[in-house]
Design a protein. Structure first.
Length: 70
């Protein structure tokens, strides 16, 4: 897993986060962020929810997170 994808995975591990916050934390633009989410989705169980709160900024909307493996 590339370093940037690993960084995103760590940021969203059990911590729902919106795309805007992911971009801010990683320094990536929307295209890169979405591309890495697609890559992460191929190896890990990426969760997406509409109408939940981002744990970084508090905005209610679409958030993404990973569940820690049991």
């Amino acid at each position: 897993m590339p370093e940037r994808a690993a960084l995103m995975a760590v940021l969203i591990l059990e911590r729902p986060m919106c795309l805007d916050c992911m971009e801010t934390k990683t320094g990536m633009d929307r295209h890169e962020t979405e591309a890495y989410l697609q890559r992460i989705r191929t190896v890990l169980h990426l969760r997406r929810s509409h109408g939940d709160r981002c744990r970084m900024c508090g905005t209610v909307g679409t958030v993404y997170w990973l569940m820690q493996p049991a």
